[in-house]
Design a protein around this ligand. Structure first.
Ligand code: ADP
Ligand code: F6P
Length: 324
């Protein structure tokens, strides 16, 4: 029978996301309730390889549930993508008595967790990214806060866009995925949304739509452009030249990753943190926590990494219809 877990390590990896602190807090406190020790690994896999490992007690996570960012810091670490780096990481875990690691991050971070599991360290992944681009789950930590932050910012741009009767191209984050753009498109009533999953780079369609809306008497034209398409500034220049409508580009950038997490992010991140500890206590490894059909669930990491997820065709279609 597998040895019972005694000490749980927790790290955050890749881009930070609001709600990561709520997840860390839940890991620490649920583990303590279950009689386990907890060690915080700072700066993701980079900190693991540098042995930046600290003991964590219940009061170390006091006053953190409402804070954005990650109290453990985060990083990207090239060395950990090598077999030598992974071997060293597993040895460092053993040296510090860490027999289970909870990795809060995205797909890249889960690949690291998968490698650690293969080297005998029990690992559980928790989906933490504002991009919502993890196929096995309908929820990722930080998306709700980020999309609300972006929505509020876009409302503000819309006010000035309407006053000046302009077209505004607003670029939102999401790396290669268009979820933030789609949600803002619907929530902000955007006239056009450009998603990497859908856009065919035919700018004439956009130009025609702007001209048609102007004729209908629309005072603004909001285009939400996903980061995966980018080039908003040059696009604005071309659109202004082709339509005669004054056009400005706004890139929302990293403000979307900060701020106090929403209630949903706090509650779901807390639940996932506790759930991950429970999985380790049940002797599970190489699993990732997810949220599907109203339930918190878990999947084998190999299976989860092989899954595909698509933008909702229906929501994409109605986004345009509703901004008539
Ligand atoms: P995310 O976790 O948000 O997808 P990244 O793709 O930047 O972010 O990955 C975060 C970190 O996870 C990387 O810097 C690296 O340390 C680790 N990682 C990514 N891919 C692998 C891999 N194939 N094998 C091992 N570790 C990986
Ligand atoms: O994955 C989260 C994210 O904010 C993406 O939306 C974006 O492409 C990327 O991280 C930006 O990373 P960095 O902070 O390194 O600029």
């Amino acid at each position: 029978m597998a040895k019972e877990i005694q000490t749980i390590g927790v790290l955050t990896s890749g881009g930070d996301a609001p709600g990561m602190n709520a997840a860390i807090r839940a890991v620490v406190r649920q583990a303590i309730v279950k009689g386990k020790n907890v060690k915080g690994i700072k700066r993701g896999y980079a900190g693991l390889l540098q042995e930046e490992i600290i003991d964590m007690h219940a009061n170390d996570v006091s006053d953190t549930i409402q804070r954005g960012g990650t109290i453990l810091q985060t990083a990207r670490c090239k060395e950990f993508t090598t077999a030598e780096g992974q071997q060293l990481g597993a040895e460092i875990c053993r040296k510090h008595g860490i027999d289970g690691v909870i990795v809060i991050g995205g797909d890249g971070s889960f690949k690291g967790a998968q490698k650690l599991a293969g080297l005998g360290i029990n690992t559980i992944g928790i989906p933490g990214t504002i991009d919502l681009d993890i196929a096995c789950t309908e929820y990722t930590i930080g998306f709700d806060t980020a999309v609300n932050t972006a929505m509020e910012a876009i409302d503000k741009v819309r006010d000035t866009s309407t006053s000046h009767e302009r077209c505004s191209i607003i670029e939102v984050m999401g790396r290669g995925a268009g979820y933030i753009a789609l949600w803002c498109g619907i929530a902000n009533g955007a006239e056009d949304i450009l998603l990497p999953e859908k856009y065919n780079y035919d700018e004439q369609v956009l130009v025609n739509n702007i001209i048609a809306n102007r004729k209908k008497g629309k005072k603004h034209h909001i285009v939400i452009n996903a980061e995966g398409i980018g080039h908003s500034a040059s696009m604005a220049k071309r659109i202004e030249a082709a339509t005669g409508v004054e056009t400005r580009a706004t890139i929302l950038g990293h403000m979307q990753r900060g701020g106090s997490p929403t209630c949903k992010d706090r509650v779901y991140a807390s639940t996932m943190g506790a759930y991950a500890v429970d999985l380790l206590c049940q002797g599970k490894s190489n699993r990732v926590v997810g949220y599907r059909d109203g339930e918190f669930v878990d999947f084998d990491i190999d299976e989860a990494l092989g899954m595909q997820k698509n933008i909702s065709e229906y929501q994409f279609e109605i986004c345009r219809n509703l901004s008539l």
